[in-house]
Design a protein around this ligand. Sequence first.
Ligand SMILES: Nc1nc2c(ncn2[C@@H]2O[C@H](COP(=O)(O)OP(=O)(O)OP(=O)(O)O)[C@@H](O)[C@H]2O)c(=O)[nH]1
Ligand SMILES: [Mg+2]
Length: 445
Amino acid sequence: MNAVSGPSAIYDIPANIRQSQEGNSVNDEDYCSDQNQQAEPTLYDTPKSTPVADPSPWRTIKPLEYVGFSRLPDQIYRKAVRVGFELNVLVLGEPGVGKNSLINSLFKANIGGSKYHQNEMVEGLRRSEVCLRENEVNLKLRLVELPGFAANIDNRDCWKPIVDYLDSQFIQYMKQENSLLRSSIVDHRPHVCLYFIPPTGHGLRQLDVEIIKAIHEKVNIVPLLAKADSFTIPELSNFRSEVVSDLNLNNISTFSEPLAMIGGEMKSATEGFDFLERSYPWGTINIQKEEYCDFSKLRNILLRERTLDLIERTHNVIYQTHRANLLTSLNYAQVMKPTTSELDRIRTMQINFDQILNAKVGKRQNKLYQLKVSEEEKYQAEMGALQEEKRKIDEKRRQLQLLKQDHESSEQVVLGTNDSSVHNQMDISRNIFGLVSTLRRTKKK
Ligand SMILES: Nc1nc2c(ncn2[C@@H]2O[C@H](COP(=O)(O)OP(=O)(O)OP(=O)(O)O)[C@@H](O)[C@H]2O)c(=O)[nH]1
Ligand SMILES: [Mg+2]
């Protein structure tokens, strides 16, 4: 690894660590065997050889037997698997410089052609999202590109949309942090910028210097020497050192040294994409070969060894610096003021809310009115039935009154006659009737 001696270069890491990282670099075959060897996930393992200084004032006691807290990292591992990971990558390079080919090779997937791939234009940049799954781990990958980047004759201010995008992502994140609902923060801050330097063979162009200078404090930059197969090995080494000296000369800090890249190749519609090879009439290049390509180094940085460093540096260093600057700046209130689009969004939300509320209130009122009408009808029907019943009872009462009157008047008629005379009269009339009928029978005979 060609370490850069510039004071600002982030990748100028101590030699012992660098050595261990280089020693740890894994190629595909190693990766599989590595995975098999690792019985337990070692997310937060520090290398055994690293001497651990103990600056802590705490007295350390070792329990006599197994207690269980040594398995706390397992909980972190399980949570990490459940929640998944997010990686936001800003891909910058001229058209045709090999951006898609490299991304496809890195993730060994036809990212652009995936049916789960979603595209949207945000502030002039194309943002696409895809969720990748390897074993049980989910990685949400967000790629941001500026279509037609540096492709004009006059490229003055061509990086302005990128700077605006980076700033606006910080502000959006800050607004979400300050809002009431912090649980659903969506983080679009790019964790890394893959900057493709075109294969000119003459160090950085003035345009590259200006662009990288404008963004190097807003995102971790990994400079890539695109289409490295355009050079012989000495030419490549020369090109790389020219780029390094240009970076140092301009006090530009990057996350890693410039890495020589060769992207995989789309062979044909039937053969598909060859993620790790590029063919020529005279032979084939395996892009994992470290003699002429730093593809494996890039993959280690991005996906295997320094992913969390990229994410943490974005939050702890880049974002916090930006936030502190913003808080101390006078235009903080101005910056935090909702933008026109946000105001529009709030207004639309308010209108939608009012509409929903009105609809719900109207529905409830309608229901109440119907309930009232049906209760009224029920009441009227019951009242009618009661009145009918009352009328019937009154009629019965009237008839009873009449009967009573009849009875009373008949009682007055028979008043003064005793019971035995009545019986006698009845007996006499019964006898007369019997006599008359006997006479009729004899007459017939
Ligand atoms: N020689 C060589 N050709 C490459 C390399 N990477 C990609 N290519 C070829 O360059 C062409 C463009 O590659 P893409 O990956 O589509 O480039 P891009 O930057 O995504 O292009 P745009 O989407 O148009 O901006 C294709 O024909 C690739 O096969 C490389 O490392 N070396
Ligand atoms: Mg492309």
